[in-house]
Design a protein around this ligand. Structure first.
Ligand SMILES: Nc1ncnc2c1ncn2[C@@H]1O[C@H](COP(=O)(O)OP(=O)(O)OP(=O)(O)O)[C@@H](O)[C@H]1O
Length: 256
C-alpha cells in the first residue's frame, strides 16, 4: 500500500516523558521552603527526575502490529502508557486515533469478585451493552481457559495464579475491537498453549483493522505477531523497521 493511502493511528512527535520522584521527609519540603522556591523559581532539590523517553518520533498505521523491544528500563512500558494517555508527555506530542486500550498485566480487575463478574464489569467498562456482555461472557471465559482445571470462573480472582489472571485480562480486552490495542508482556505470561491462542487473536484484531503494539521480551512472540519493530534503548529509538532486520541489530547489540 502506498504511504499516502495508509491511515495513521498513532503519531509520536519528539515525545519526551519525565518521571518526577518526590523524596519525602526532608526539611526543605516545608511550606516555607516551597514558598521560597516558588518566589525564586529554584528547583526542589528533593525532586528527582527520570528522563525515561527522549524525543521519540514515529507514525503507526491502521493494520500494523508493532513490536517494542529493548533492554530492561529502556522506556518501552513508559511509551506504551503515554500512548494510552495514562502518562503526560513533558514536551513534544503523542496523537492517537480513538481511545487506545492498554492491556497490561496491571489492568484493574476486582480481586474479591469472581472471574465471571469481572468479565461482565470489564466488558461494560469497555462500552459494551448488557446484551452484548451476556452474549460474549461464556466465550471470553472459554477463551481464557481459566476453567480448564475446575470451575474457577465462579471463584474470587484472588484465588487465581498470576498467569490465570493475566489470561483473563487478555481475554476480556481481546473481546472488543480496538482502534489501537497496546499489549504489555501479556502474551509472555500465559503458558505455551494460551500464548498460541492469544497470538492468533492478536492477528484477528489486526485484521479487524486496528493497530497493535506489543511490548515483549519474547523474541518468538514479537516475530510471530509483528511485522514491524521499534527498538528503544535508554529512551531513544535505535531502529524502526521490518522485525527481522531490527531484531538482527538488537541481537548484535545484546551480544556485545
Ligand atoms: N513510576 C515510575 N517512577 C519513576 N521512574 C520510573 C517509573 N516507571 C519507570 N521508571 C523509570 O523509567 C525508565 C524506563 O522504565 P520502563 O518501565 O518504561 O522500561 P521498560 O523498557 O518497559 O523496562 P522492562 O523491560 O524492564 O519492563 C527506567 O529508568 C525506570 O526506572
Amino acid at each position: 500500500m502506498a504511504d499516502n493511502e495508509r491511515i495513521p493511528t498513532v503519531i509520536a512527535d519528539e515525545a519526551h516523558i519525565v518521571y518526577k520522584i518526590h523524596q519525602a521527609g526532608s526539611v526543605s519540603s516545608s511550606p516555607l521552603a516551597s514558598f521560597k522556591r516558588l518566589t525564586t523559581r529554584a528547583k526542589n532539590a528533593n525532586i528527582r527526575e527520570v528522563h525515561a523517553v527522549k524525543g521519540v518520533s514515529f507514525v503507526a498505521y491502521k493494520g500494523e502490529a508493532i513490536g517494542l523491544i529493548g533492554t530492561n528500563g529502556s522506556g518501552k512500558s513508559t511509551l506504551l502508557r503515554a500512548v494510552a494517555g495514562l502518562l503526560p508527555v513533558s514536551s513534544g506530542a503523542i496523537y492517537a486515533a480513538g481511545q487506545p486500550s492498554l492491556l497490561g498485566v496491571n489492568a484493574a480487575l476486582m480481586n474479591e469478585l469472581p472471574g465471571d463478574r469481572n468479565v461482565e464489569l470489564g466488558c461494560l467498562a469497555m462500552g459494551m451493552s448488557p446484551a452484548e456482555v451476556q452474549a460474549k461472557r461464556d466465550a471470553i471465559i472459554e477463551f481464557s481457559g481459566i476453567n480448564d482445571k475446575g470451575d474457577f470462573s465462579s471463584l474470587p480472582m484472588r484465588t487465581y495464579s498470576s498467569g490465570m489472571s493475566a489470561r483473563l485480562r487478555f481475554s476480556i480486552a481481546a473481546a472488543k475491537k480496538h482502534d489501537v490495542l497496546l499489549i504489555d508482556e501479556a502474551l509472555a505470561t500465559g503458558d505455551a498453549k494460551f500464548r498460541k491462542r492469544s497470538e492468533a487473536r492478536v492477528r484477528e484484531l489486526r485484521q479487524e483493522a486496528g493497530t497493535v503494539f506489543l511490548v515483549s521480551h519474547s523474541e518468538q512472540s514479537i516475530r510471530d505477531t509483528c511485522e514491524r519493530c521499534i527498538w528503544l534503548e535508554a529512551g531513544v529509538i535505535r531502529a524502526d523497521g521490518p522485525t527481522g532486520e531490527v531484531m538482527k541489530e538488537y541481537e548484535a547489540f545484546s551480544r556485545r
